[in-house]
Design a protein around this ligand. Structure first.
Ligand code: COA
Length: 201
């Protein structure tokens, strides 16, 4: 199997917007996101990436099939809601790249694409002169009955890439849980890495 990465910026992302939206809807249906996705929500959510010439979307292709995607954009170009926790902490937004998501179809996991998504986004951040990378993860209760038995999570993967959880940087995102039509708030906690430091985990 030959897998190929494609990089798109700003309006170029529009050419594969439906593939990106489909991947997000499919992958984020699973724990811990439990996202009842819709094309309307996706169009609104992804608009900020299309409007930003400094954004990046990395797509993974198996032949003609889009099997994975990852996005980022400078935090200074992100929506105010995203910036708010950093503003409250007195941080300099102009140094930070915000990583949106990494989504990969299950059968393509464990082959290094997740590592490649980080490498491509970090290289992009460096190219823009940004020295900090940040993303956020949904907070779920450890005893949530919807948690699948044996679920491992990404904490070890992120730590190994040099990212550290930042409990002082929290936000609230809103999306409909599976089977719901109404949005509900989700607590999110950010993780960050300073690109000038080598990962040590
Ligand atoms: C997170 C995600 C993108 C990672 O992608 P991936 O391609 O599976 O990751 P990689 O193959 O690059 O490997 C990641 C690490 O996990 C390990 N790994 C991956 N699959 C594994 C498996 N089945 N068994 C054991 N280890 C595994 C790899 O060895 C690697 O370890 P390393 O850090 O020591 O090198 C993917 O799992 C995914 O889409 N998950 C669902 C969505 C999600 O949670 N996204 C993140 C938040 S937006």
């Amino acid at each position: 199997m030959t897998l190929r990465l494609q990089k798109l910026a700003g309006r170029q992302i529009a050419t594969h917007l439906s593939a990106l939206a489909d991947l997000r809807i499919r992958v984020f249906r699973d724990w811990p996101y439990l996202y009842e996705g819709s094309r309307d929500y996706e169009a609104h959510y992804l608009e900020v990436y299309l409007d930003c010439p400094r954004s990046l979307c990395v797509l993974a292709w198996d032949g003609e099939r889009c099997v994975g995607a990852s996005t980022c954009l400078p935090l200074a170009d992100a929506l105010p809601d995203m910036q708010q926790p950093f503003v409250e902490q007195g941080m300099d937004l102009s140094r930070i790249d915000y990583f949106g998501e990494s989504v990969l179809l299950r059968e393509y996991r464990g082959r290094g694409l997740g590592v490649a998504f980080f490498a491509e986004r970090e290289a992009h951040a460096r190219g823009l002169g940004l020295s900090l990378c940040a993303f956020c993860a949904v907070d779920r209760d450890a005893d949530d009955p919807r948690r699948p038995a044996g679920y491992a999570g990404n904490d070890a993967f992120w730590s190994k890439r040099g990212y550290r959880q930042q409990p002082q940087l929290r936000s609230t995102f809103s999306w409909p849980d599976i089977g719901q039509s109404q949005h509900s708030d989700k607590s999110m906690t950010f993780w960050m890495r300073d690109l000038s430091e080598e990962p040590s985990a």
